[in-house]
Design a protein around this ligand. Structure first.
Ligand SMILES: Nc1nc2c(ncn2[C@@H]2O[C@H](COP(=O)(O)OP(=O)(O)O)[C@@H](O)[C@H]2O)c(=O)[nH]1
Ligand SMILES: [Mg+2]
Length: 362
């Protein structure tokens, strides 16, 4: 700590330490070294780092947490969020009061309830069932046929899964999305899958250089999986990395995922993506997020003409309705679902039949 403070001043924080073994002659002069990664808080950085003022890393964390709890910033973003919450509450109340369900045939009633129970937006549930009712005479259908017809319809709205494929031509894959949704972890899972299981040549680039810890996180995975990694601090580093990776099959690019509300960062992501050809963009969305926030995220990324969606943290989600809600309103293809923190196992290509069944399950 003393050495860190001498070099970086008293505001420095330690991000990471590890023991490094140094080899000596016959192990006689072996010395144990400690590698310390420290950083200095930049003024006017994101609020995530703002409350770091006290002396020890632990105190800093504590003050961060307390600050979050006690005096949340009453700024524009905060008010916007509050308004959104109120709006969503009002919508829920209005939806509960209206009698849409009664407009549907009786045989649909239990499916309507199941869809709502599974987190499907009332409007979406009604429209899907109403659509079926308009198309098909339900009067002479038994319960098995009814269920089948509803499953066909939901299955159709979910569409075909669209995982990353390698067709002999180099592809650059960007992972975008808000902070903490699982971009880096998901990228590592996919990298392992392509490199270890499918024996493709994979290269990693991280453009998330706002936090030293973020770069370190991907470096650790790259070391374990023995996949090369480049760090891109600015656009020209991307060109350098791409030329370095000219023989790779798949190049996975991690992007900075701080607030999607920060326009400057959104522009950086835009510039980065637009500077590359042969690309695919995958937006990672935390499935546990409320649908109003998901809509907000999707609207803010709408400058990207074509992106696929990875739904993360299904293991933590109480319901899967948001997947159908998102598909219904935005129609982006779904590429993967992630189901836990384990790299590389906790990732799946969505099975739309199973998903449909779960959406009408009780
Ligand atoms: N439960 C659960 N946690 C996950 C999943 N994917 C990622 N995480 C965790 O979410 C946290 C943030 O992940 P990270 O990849 O760093 O998010 P990023 O900021 O978007 O890059 C980490 O603790 C991950 O282990 C998932 O599918 N399920
Ligand atoms: Mg990350």
């Amino acid at each position: 700590m003393g050495k860190v403070k001498r070099e970086l001043g008293s505001d420095a924080i330690i991000l990471h330490t590890r023991n490094v073994k140094q080899s000596g002659i016959l192990g006689l002069f072996k010395k144990n070294l400690i590698e310390v990664v420290a950083a200095l808080e930049e003024k006017n950085m994101d609020s995530e780092y703002h409350s770091i003022t006290s002396n020890t890393a632990l105190d800093k964390m504590k003050s961060n947490i307390n600050k979050d709890k006690s005096n949340a910033p009453k700024n524009k973003d905060y008010l916007e969020d509050e308004i959104k919450k109120i709006k969503s509450m009002v919508e829920t109340v209005v939806n509960t009061l209206d009698s849409k369900k009664e407009e549907l045939p009786d045989v649909f009633s239990k499916y309507f309830d199941s869809l709502i129970y599974n987190g499907v937006n009332r409007d979406v549930a009604f429209k899907i069932l109403d659509r079926i009712n308009q198309q098909i005479n339900m009067a002479n259908k038994d319960s098995i046929q009814t269920q089948e017809i509803i499953l066909y319809s939901i299955r159709d709205y979910l569409g075909e899964p669209s995982p990353i494929t390698y067709d002999g031509k180099q592809k650059v894959i960007f992972f975008i999305g808000p902070t903490g949704v699982g971009k880096t972890t998901t990228l590592a899972k996919i990298a392992a899958n392509f490199s270890i299981n499918k024996k493709h040549e994979v290269g990693l680039i991280t453009a998330d250089t706002y936090r030293i810890a973020a770069v370190e996180q991907l470096k650790v995975y790259s070391e374990i999986m023995n996949i090369p990694i480049k760090v891109a601090y600015e656009i020209k580093d991307i060109y350098k990395s791409l030329s370095n990776f000219k023989d790779k099959d798949i190049i996975l690019v991690d992007t900075a995922g701080r607030s999607h509300k920060n326009e400057e960062q959104m522009n950086e992501v835009k510039e980065l993506i637009e500077s590359v050809n042969n690309k695919e963009v995958h937006l990672v969305i935390n499935t546990t997020t409320d649908f109003e926030t998901i809509k907000d995220v999707l609207n803010r990324y709408s400058f990207i003409t074509d992106f696929k969606i990875i739904f993360s943290k299904l293991d933590e989600a109480l319901s899967l309705g948001n997947i159908l809600n998102t598909k219904y309103f935005y129609n982006n293809q779904i590429s993967y679902l992630t189901t836990g923190q384990n790299v590389p196992d906790d990732i799946e290509i969505p099975n739309m039949d199973k998903l449909s069944e779960r959406l009408i399950g009780e």
